[in-house]
Design a protein around this ligand. Structure first.
Ligand code: ADP
Ligand code: MG
Length: 347
């Protein structure tokens, strides 16, 4: 079922257009992750949906009703911010119940819902604590609880995990997904962290400079990035990008025969190869020198110099010495091709 619909929305601050003609449709039970570099317009997009900013043009619809002219309090949208924004003088119980109190719910109902929400988020034994007595993760949980307690139509989560340490961030990702699947509430989760986006999203909306670059499932964005931007923004280590050419039906510098049905002879292109699609072995087709070997516990990431081209190789099981000569091979079918001028995917 269709839930939120953004119809050609744009937003300018003065002369600067920070969101450009965004059209997007979300399903009722969907978790969309908006991913993009700092300053690309992610928070602005959420603030427009929440009603904290006015649109410059376009319309926002919820279940086919136009909401962009409504006051924020009439939109039934809940937003969670990076810095928690809890009331420091109130206990967890009071913080959780606050949205219901504002909505003039009965005392008994507030107590009931606070207890249920605290249970869902594992905060039952913290109800009488003040925010200052909680860890970062617990505070963020209270902030989430305050958003879910009044059963909004939409959750907007603006980088809610970026103040947490790595371990907790990992656990909260799983938890947010679990809660979202449980409540089946349309959720937009904003992050600049590609790993977070890949691990949490039903679909990812990749934004850059206020424009949609690509919208699709994590697998679609990872396996078929539509542009150099998408190819290099998603994935760790970054996709290797190599200047290439088709010469006499061979892809240079790799010397791979190409039935060039969609790439013109002589045209400049860039070839993308993910680090896991390069393998080091004795009978590899190409010779290179090792320039770095980094240990990550479960793997080594090896950097190679192949004819002055830097290539990262992941998934290696053994350390390599700097300057060591190695052979590697590349699977042609895992290569991505991009037009060098436009940066767009070919084929
Ligand atoms: P993100 O959340 O992706 O980091 P933002 O949506 O916060 O990006 O900001 C997008 C752009 O809009 C930035 O260039 C920012 O400086 C600008 N911007 C955001 N809010 C305002 C505002 N109230 N006035 C002027 N410029 C703003
Ligand atoms: Mg932001």
């Amino acid at each position: 079922m269709k839930s939120l619909y953004l119809n050609k929305i744009s937003k300018s601050f003065g002369k600067t257009e920070v969101l450009k003609n965004i059209t997007l449709e979300l399903q009722q039970d969907e978790l969309l992750v908006v991913l993009g570099p700092s300053g690309c317009g992610k928070s602005t997009m959420l603030r427009l949906i929440a009603g904290l900013e006015d649109l410059s043009s376009g319309g926002i619809f919820l279940h086919d009703n136009r909401i962009d002219e409504l006051e924020p309090k009439d939109r039934n949208v809940a937003m969670v911010f990076q810095n928690y924004s809890l009331y420091p003088h109130m206990t967890v119980e009071k913080n959780l119940g606050f949205p219901l109190k504002i909505a003039k719910e009965k005392k008994e109902i507030i107590k009931e819902k606070v207890a249920a929400t605290a249970e869902t988020l594992g905060l039952t034994d913290k109800l009488s604590s003040k925010p200052s007595e909680l860890s970062g993760g617990q505070r963020q949980r209270v902030a989430l609880g305050r958003a879910i307690i009044r059963k909004p139509d939409i959750f907007l989560l603006d980088e809610p995990l970026s103040n947490l340490d790595a371990d907790l961030r990992q656990r909260m990702r799983t938890e947010i997904v679990r809660i979202q699947k449980d409540l089946q509430t349309t959720t937009i989760h904003v992050t600049h962290d590609q790993a977070e986006a890949l691990s949490m999203a039903d679909r990812i909306l990749l934004l850059n400079e206020g424009e949609i670059i690509q919208l699709g499932t994590p697998e679609e964005l990872y396996k078929k990035p539509n542009s150099l931007f998408a190819a290099t923004f998603i994935g760790f280590p970054k996709m290797n990008i190599i200047n290439a050419k088709i010469e006499n039906n061979y892809l240079m510098p790799f010397g791979i025969p190409i039935e060039s049905f969609y790439i013109e002879e002589g045209s400049d292109l860039q070839v993308g190869i993910r680090p896991e699609d390069i393998s080091l072995h004795h009978d590899g087709q190409y010779q290179a020198k090792v320039t770095a070997s980094e240990y990550f516990g479960e793997q080594y990431i090896i950097t190679l110099d192949y004819n002055n081209i830097e290539l990262k190789v992941s998934g290696c099981q053994h350390h390599k010495n700097i300057s060591e000569a190695v052979a590697f091979s590349v699977n042609k079918s895992s290569m991505h091709f991009f037009n060098k001028q436009t940066g767009m995917r070919i084929g």
